[in-house]
Design a protein around this ligand. Structure first.
Ligand SMILES: C[S@@+](CC[C@H](N)C(=O)[O-])C[C@H]1O[C@@H](n2cnc3c(N)ncnc32)[C@H](O)[C@@H]1O
Length: 341
């Protein structure tokens, strides 16, 4: 005999429509606890619901329900009557904060509807003026650069002493991590003009702790990468160029123009290193969810790593390879300009 009430498993495949139309409830709970500083406090030290509620001036009962919900979803851990933030959650707190802000902005801006009705995308990076959003965005980007730098260093053909061009390199967090692994390399980070003060702040801190010569290994060029002609001199002097999480932010014709220009001006044997949230056809992962971002932005990025690899081979790049890593979302696609004959 079956029990009178059977728990419905939280498996999206059982009823995808029901699951995905209700998943926002968990996102709402996560965002509240994040923005109300509950997650930051638990990350500092595990606490019971009553202790946390008192510290925040919140009601214990509703807070307990939300903490239990997040625990059953794996966002939090429970140790006796105390709740804790596991390392996987702690690592992405800045990304969660950025996601919450971007989501709110797109909702208020009506971005999705506008895009499907008019084809006009909207980029919050160019439109949100609050400094707190921009520093939060930089923090979110910097959160994964340590792991990313290690993977690029090990698997992308980077060698110490190279001159590396990091396009869309944000505040230099990735270049800084790579600089630790490549003590004789030099880095030129290219990003939009509003990002420059964030780069300067990071390098000032670097100069403070490691000395000015060390900080001088990384410099910034404020430029729009879609105006590829402006980057030609930098590219001509680089042995490696990195496009990490950049291609999804630029429309496809501009992306192809940029790759073609790089192919033309990079020196023989130079490395092209593309890391991005490439989609896996017929598979829903974080990159798949980000399709909504690409629609919002209007870039309609729909690249797979296989498609980019085929494009690179077709356009004359050598040593084209693509790979994924168990602990890193997205994929790495590498290539090289032909060696001088
Ligand atoms: C998603 S972030 C990636 C940051 C960093 N490369 C990483 O992987 O952590 C994309 C960066 O590209 C920059 N970007 C986007 N479009 C750009 C453009 N047309 N010209 C220059 N930078 C651009 C953004 O300002 C942002 O800093």
């Amino acid at each position: 005999m079956s029990p009178p009430h059977t728990a419905m498993s939280l498996d999206p495949r059982l009823n995808p429509a029901l699951f995905w139309s209700m998943a926002y409830k968990l996102s709402d709970a996560v965002t509240l606890l994040l923005e109300g500083q509950a997650l930051a406090r638990l990350a500092e030290s595990p606490a019971s619901a009553a202790t946390l509620a008192e510290a925040l001036g919140w009601q214990t009962d509703p807070l307990t329900r939300l903490l239990d919900l997040l625990t059953s979803a794996g966002v939090l851990l429970r140790q006796g009557d105390r709740y804790a933030v596991p390392p996987a959650t702690a690592a992405v707190l800045p990304v969660m904060a950025m996601e919450a802000q971007v989501r709110r902005w797109h909702a208020a801006n009506g971005s999705l509807r506008r895009m499907v009705e008019t084809g006009q995308g909207a980029d919050p990076l160019g439109r949100i003026e609050e400094p707190a959003f921009h520093s939060g965005y930089q923090q979110a980007m910097a959160a994964s650069t340590r792991a990313l730098a290690l993977h690029l260093f090990r698997h992308a053909g980077l060698t110490d002493g190279m001159r590396v061009l990091d396009l869309g390199g944000a505040d230099g967090a990735l270049a800084e991590q790579l600089a630790r692994l490549m003590p004789n390399a030099r880095f030129c980070v290219v990003d939009r003009p509003p990002v420059e003060p964030h780069f300067m702040a990071r390098m000032a801190a670097r100069a403070e702790s490691l000395g000015p010569a060390e900080a001088a290994r990384c410099r910034f060029v404020a430029e729009d990468v879609t105006r590829a002609d402006r980057l030609l001199t930098e590219a001509a002097e680089s042995q490696a160029v990195i496009l990490s999480n950049l291609l999804h932010m630029i429309p496809q014709p501009a992306a192809q123009g940029l790759l073609a220009a790089l192919h033309q001006v990079l020196p023989p044997g130079a490395r092209l290193i593309v890391y991005d949230q490439f989609v896996l056809p017929d598979h829903l992962d974080v990159a798949g969810l980000m399709t909504v971002d690409w629609v919002n932005l209007g870039t309609l990025f729909d690249g797979s790593d296989a498609a980019l690899s085929a494009h690179l081979i077709h356009t004359g790049w050598h040593e084209v390879s693509a790979r994924r890593f168990p602990l890193l979302p997205g994929a790495l696609v590498c290539a090289a300009t032909p060696n001088a004959s």
